[in-house]
Design a protein around this ligand. Structure first.
Ligand code: ZN
Length: 684
């Protein structure tokens, strides 16, 4: 597929498409020849030559025969013999000229397309006919010049004449091409009718249709048909879940939301694929604006006097992240008295000691939980606001922000895994990825703030059951969101509803554009944390990386990058060192088992990995990490660069520990997990 995209980027293949930045100037000689053979005029000329040759072949059959039949009436006259010899010699040279032309033509095509040109059966037959005719011509050279005394050679010549008939086949091949061209032209005429209202995908299909029409190779036409089928299906980023899970039923079920919907699944992330497609193929179609604020101003909400001017907000959303000021004592918050305790906590030496380690991947969120008396998320957010000067770069209402975050922290339920500590952990992980060089250069302080906040709210009010359970138990939330990304919709919607209350709105001072962009980015990323989209994320990201999209990403790619940061952080437990990783494993297994017990109570089938008595925790974890986590992080770390290789090392080492030691690696805790529910939040 990559090869195809590259080929299309040679722009000359795509009439009317924007020229690829470098490719057109660096066309290899071979590519030039390809373009030459594809040219309509060259095709037309070839066709004309074949037609003229056809006429000559017909004459060669008809004329001597007519003369001969006339001669039979009387006797074979001298003039008849002279005529046939002259005719034969003349035709020999005409034949030689045509066949040489055809041989050169085939040679050029083979050079242009490589030996795969001959893999097309029609092309091969065409070549054999021309080559054998050419060889026969030289065999009969002597006979022709001598005047036809040798009978053996005479029969070869007769054979050659018969063989010429076969050469009409060439005409069929060329006419076949003609037919394809006509069909394609008809389609294009039809498409032109829709062009004005048409979507980018129609343009893409036009381009592919054009390529298909021009193609001489069966295999190439098949590939193009495949591409068109994929595009028309709309399932561009859908990965076969059973294939991705390496045929493991349990993981397929896990990814398909417990199979509650009979294996059907939604495709893609939020946002249509149409516009994106346009970018995949050679940057055709609408170009997205670099900055969201460059668009029209929102007219729904009247801008408040405090709104920054559009120019100002443009700066705020497009400037890239700056490094935290090292050694500088950050300024204090301008908190109202009710929150001074938080500020004191933030700047206490105990908490600062823990926070100094936030730049490390192995940052211990449980330690922060203890140091902050169960306020790790609020403290972490405040720390980031100060460390990255977010309150100076952006018009954040910090009183509203802490009021909101405290409310959010409170809203997280007392469940084993999806509690406020997980929220703080994902906030740290998302921030960690956002400050890596490969990401930082493309994002603004605005993006950082939105995504850190998004991570903080991403599992708000999580009930401790997965989507499959909510759907199967006909939970009101599942009914509300029509069984589709139930929890993810619920988290974002319920936490956003809180934000609409004036005293909780951290975006109070933001412009309408910033508010809208913040909402769009956060909704996109949080909906993207649905595990159902895990492989879609991966495929989409791979595609964009291979298309070089992150050299100068547009807003859509930046959002994808940000969503990758959050999703990676959300599933990053097995990518931590063993101590952190195993603590999270215990918590997630406990949550699974509690769901399993609830399923049993409700008379529902117990989901895979959720049977407390029977689940092999070691196998479950090893499989989960190998099938879901490892391939994902291989791609992600590949993008982030070698400085993050230690993350992959953790993953491999954790797989090894789980595979070698099984659940024994957890010591006594494995036994506890299998028997009575342990108290929630052991470490906190
Ligand atoms: Zn989560």
């Amino acid at each position: 597929m990559g090869m195809w995209i590259k080929r299309m980027q040679t722009a000359a293949f795509v009439p009317g498409a924007p020229q690829g930045s470098t490719s057109t100037h660096k066309l290899t000689f071979r590519k030039r020849i390809r373009l030459f053979t594809d040219d309509r005029r060259v095709e037309g000329t070839t066709m004309a030559v074949v037609l003229i040759y056809f006429v000559f072949i017909m004459l060669d059959f008809i004329v001597p025969e007519m003369y001969f039949s006339a001669g039979l009436e009387g006797q074979v006259t001298k003039s008849y013999k002279q005529f046939t010899i002259r005719w034969m010699r003349t035709f020999w040279f005409i034949d030689l000229t045509f066949l040489s032309f055809f041989l050169i033509e085939i040679g050029v095509r083979v050079y242009a397309w490589g030996w795969q040109y001959m893999k097309d059966i029609l092309n091969l037959i065409d070549f054999v006919i021309v080559a054998v005719s050419f060889a026969m011509l030289w065999v009969t050279l002597e006979y022709t010049l001598e005047g036809g005394e040798d009978t053996a050679l005479g029969s070869v010549l007769a054979l050659l004449r018969v063989f010429r008939i076969v050469r009409i086949f060439r005409l069929i091949i060329i006419l076949n091409k003609f037919r394809r061209t006509r069909e394609a032209a008809a389609i294009i005429r039809l498409k032109t009718k829709y062009r004005r209202q048409g979507s980018p995908v129609e343009k893409v299909l036009d381009i592919l249709q054009g390529l298909k029409r021009k193609s001489d190779l069966n295999a190439e036409r098949d590939n193009l048909s495949f591409m068109m089928d994929v595009i028309v299906s709309g399932d561009l980023y859908t990965v076969s879940v059973s294939a991705a899970s390496q045929g493991n039923e349990a993981y397929s079920t896990f990814l398909l939301d417990g199979g509650a919907k009979g294996g059907t699944r939604q495709t893609g992330l939020v946002g249509g694929t149409g516009a994106l497609l346009a970018n995949v193929v050679a940057g055709t179609g609408a170009q997205l604006k670099r900055s969201p604020t460059a668009g029209k101003r929102n007219s729904v909400r009247e801008p408040k006097p405090s709104d920054p001017s559009p120019e100002k907000s443009l700066v705020a959303t497009s400037r890239t992240m700056s490094k935290p000021a090292e050694g500088n004592q950050p300024g204090r918050f301008n908190f109202s008295p009710e929150f001074t305790w938080l500020e004191e906590m933030l700047f206490s030496s105990d908490v600062q000691t823990v926070l100094e380690k936030t730049s490390s991947w192995e940052f211990d969120v449980f330690e922060l939980d203890r140091a902050t008396s169960k306020h790790p998320m609020v403290i972490l957010m405040l720390h980031f606001v100060k460390a990255f000067n977010l309150d100076r770069e952006l018009p954040i209402n910090c009183n509203n922000l802490v009021r909101y975050l405290l409310k959010i922290e409170e809203g997280y339920k007392n469940v084993p895994f999806h509690n406020y500590v997980h929220a703080a952990d994902v906030t740290h992980g998302t921030a960690y990825f956002m400050v890596q060089a490969a990401v930082t250069s493309h994002i603004s302080p605005f993006d950082f703030f939105c995504m850190a906040l998004g991570a903080a709210i991403h599992d708000f009010e999580h009930p401790g059951y997965n989507n499959a359970f909510l759907v199967a138990s006909k939970d009101p939330i599942a009914i509300l969101y029509n069984d589709s990304s139930v929890l993810e919709n619920f988290h974002i919607s319920s936490s956003w509803r809180l934000m609409l209350r004036d005293e909780f709105n951290p975006f109070e001072g933001f412009s309408n554009e910033q508010y809208n962009e913040a909402r769009a980015t956060m909704v996109y990323a949080i909906l993207g944390t649905d595990m159902k989209f895990h492989f879609d994320h991966l495929t989409k990201f791979k595609t964009r990386v291979s298309a070089g999209a992150f050299v100068e990403p547009d807003r859509k790619d930046v959002r994808l990058l940000l969503a990758m940061c959050m999703h990676s952080a959300d599933v990053s437990n097995p990518a931590k060192g063993w101590d952190l990783s195993s603590e999270w494993a215990v918590r997630v297994m406990e949550e699974f088992f509690q769901q399993g017990e609830n399923e049993a109570q409700l008379g529902l089938p117990v989901s895979p990995f959720m049977d407390r008595a029977r689940t092999d925790i070691g196998k479950c974890q090893a499989g989960f990490i190998s099938i879901l986590i490892k391939p994902f992080f291989e791609e992600w770390i590949g993008f982030l660069g070698d400085s993050n290789k230690h993350i992959l090392t953790n993953i491999l080492s954790n797989i090894k520990t789980w595979s070698d030691q099984g659940e024994g690696a957890l010591g006594d805790r494995a036994g506890e997990l299998h028997t009575a529910p342990p108290p929630v939040s052991r470490k906190s």
